[in-house]
Design a protein. Structure first.
Length: 143
């Protein structure tokens, strides 16, 4: 058994533990999503414990792993998929609860965002200028 298998098993256990903690919690989605933070340290510790210098090396060894070690890697892949689905669900839940449902002619909430010049621009500032109009686009990126 190569070091990647030991690391994969350790990571699978950590992911499974965090997912169980999230499922058992009655806390808000905003609070439960923070449980994933411990996986960053758990990943580093698992790689270090098995003598792997980086996640890139771990992934390369996993790609080259013999057929008989595929079960451990499959369990890790399933745990990682569950992690992604759970994170997406928590994000969707938090967004639903935080989302303000505006109707036509409602007064929008006040907010400001950083401009490309480095200062802050408020919605009120933009709407005070002619012509008026605002289009907000939110892009999700975890990279």
């Amino acid at each position: 058994m190569g070091p990647e298998i030991g690391a994969a098993e350790q990571l699978t256990d950590e992911i499974t533990s965090v997912l169980a903690q999230i499922q058992a919690s009655a806390e808000s989605a905003d609070t439960r999503v923070r449980y994933f933070g411990r996986l960053i340290e758990a990943q580093r510790a698992a790689l270090e414990a098995h003598g792997l210098p980086s996640f890139a090396v771990f992934e390369e060894l996993c790609r080259k792993a013999p057929e008989e070690e595929a079960a451990a890697l499959s369990r890790l892949a399933l745990a990682q998929d569950a992690w992604r689905r759970t994170l997406e669900n928590l994000e969707a839940e938090a967004n639903r609860k935080a989302q303000v449902q505006l109707r036509r002619n409602d007064t929008p909430p006040e907010f400001s965002l950083p401009s490309t010049r480095g200062d802050r621009v408020s919605l009120q500032d933009i709407l005070a200028k002619k012509p008026r109009g605002v289009l907000l686009v939110w892009l999700r990126h975890f990279g």
